[in-house]
Design a protein around this ligand. Structure first.
Ligand code: SF4
Ligand code: SF4
Length: 295
């Protein structure tokens, strides 16, 4: 029996997937004091502390599942759940069974199915200005907000009797990207970020793992977006840290890596959390968004 009184559904076995959050990220600021006013520094600090607190709290949601054995839902359950999520400002919801290969090594996951949640990072005054303190604030605002909402929705499922665990957008126990793609929400862009028709790369993702029976996810046609990304390459050419590989590298596990992580982290620390790849990607720029141009 595990430390939480129930057996985990999975324990990560993939040797190439080791969970590490670089400790430097926990000591970031919104920029040097000579260029950042006190108010900006205060807002940034609020979202950053909220993100780290939420990250810790999400790891505790595995507790309290001891009596949660239900799996079946009523016919209107998912409609009500999605309305609840949308009222909390969630922009994307989809569902997919967990792929064990994408769980970080040795981490214990509770729940066989995944609920994927996504939230936009706003362009105006935020991502548009990357790299900047305002962009950094927007990135951490969404980390915090989506993290808090993921915990609220997880506790809701637990209260209904379904074994569930929250995985925070700042870092979960499993890779979100392949689950998001499998759930039909977007494509894997050349930047290594998930690109959606709605916001390009400008969204954060989180997951809830759960034993509740999930509905089928609906599939969209991404051919046009795939083709655009294949011929674009702007993120590769303009990456501030020279961190995006021209062609992704395949690891022993079969997982593709698009980014030299240490180069990217250096750039994050030097350039206000950088995020230039969020700004430069055309499908994420409101005036160039492929879907909006067709309207
Ligand atoms: S955050 Fe900056 S360094 Fe990292 S991949 Fe994006 S553009 Fe490159
Ligand atoms: S900048 Fe271009 S190549 Fe890079 S992810 Fe976006 S669409 Fe794809």
């Amino acid at each position: 029996m595990s430390d939480v009184g129930i057996e985990p559904t999975y324990i990560g076995k993939n040797k190439s997937l080791v969970f590490v959050v670089p400790k430097e990220l926990f000591s970031m600021s919104a920029g040097p004091p000579e260029v950042i006013d006190r108010e900006t520094a205060k807002i940034f600090s609020k979202y950053m502390r909220g993100t780290f607190k939420g990250f810790q709290n999400s790891r505790k949601t595995k507790y309290g599942n001891e009596n949660n054995t239900k799996t079946k839902v009523s016919s209107d359950f998912w409609e009500k759940f999605e309305n609840k999520a949308k009222n909390l400002n969630v922009d994307f919801i989809s569902y997919i069974p967990i792929n064990e290969n994408f769980i970080f090594k040795d981490l214990k996951v509770y729940g066989k199915n995944g609920i994927i949640l996504g939230m936009e990072m706003k362009w105006d005054d935020g991502i548009e200005t990357a790299p900047s303190a305002n962009c950094e604030i927007e990135v951490f605002r969404v980390y915090k907000l989506l993290g808090d909402i993921t915990i609220v929705l997880t506790e809701f499922l637990k209260d209904q009797g379904y074994k569930s665990e929250a995985h925070h957008p700042f870092g979960g126990k499993l890779l979100y990207g392949p689950h998001v793609v499998a759930a039909g929400l977007g494509i894997l862009g050349r930047s290594g970020l998930i690109i959606t028709p709605e916001f390009g790369p400008r969204q954060r993702w989180s997951m809830i793992t759960t034993d509740v029976d999930i509905p089928e996810s609906s599939k969209q046609n991404f051919d046009e977006l795939e083709e655009f990304c294949k011929n674009c390459g702007l993120c590769v050419k303009n990456c501030k840290g020279g961190a995006i590989y021209k062609e992704p590298i395949e690891k022993d596990s079969g997982i593709f890596t698009h980014i030299d992580r240490s180069k990217c982290i250096n750039s994050l620390l030097k350039n206000n959390y950088c995020s230039y790849c969020l700004k430069i990607c055309p499908p994420g720029i409101p005036s160039k968004n492929l879907r909006d141009l067709k309207k």
